[in-house]
Design a protein around this ligand. Sequence first.
Ligand code: SF4
Length: 182
Amino acid sequence: MSIRYRYRFTRGLVLKVLFPLYMLIGAFAPSKKEALQASIIRMNNLLIERAQLNTRKLLLLMPHCLQVDKCEIRITTDVHNCKGCGKCEIKDLVQICDKYGLELHIATGGNLARRVVSDVRPEAIIAVACERDLSSGIVDVFPMPVYGISNERPCGPCLNTRVDIKKVEGAIAMLTGNDGTS
Ligand code: SF4
């Protein structure tokens, strides 16, 4: 069995068997639900790291709540509408994706995210969202490899969320084998 197939099989067990079991436990212990979702994301990410994918076509899928709520520019249709003012991390994400030649899309929900995935047809995805949306999204599109990065929520859920750009760059380097120095 090849390394990739073995990791895909193990991801299947984590996402299709362990995840529903964890969510069942979470239904009886709601305070533990987010930690359980986070542990599924960690296991999934570890397996993707070990699969050594060397992806050529990578999609970055970001949640709309990363955009500052005061910004009225419509970036869901085209992220390049962003004026690069730097008030949110959309500016950095656009620069990074242009530098590496990657697809960057902003999704306002699960349906739009699924449509972007089917339009772009990437080999792998880096997704940023809350633990709930990330874990369910990763399960939804399996066997597509999705590396999940949890957003930061200094203003609470779904409003002016943040992402650690260093984590995004690290994930790009890991998935493409390109750390930006070549
Ligand atoms: S960086 Fe772009 S999306 Fe963010 S507030 Fe500025 S113009 Fe709007």
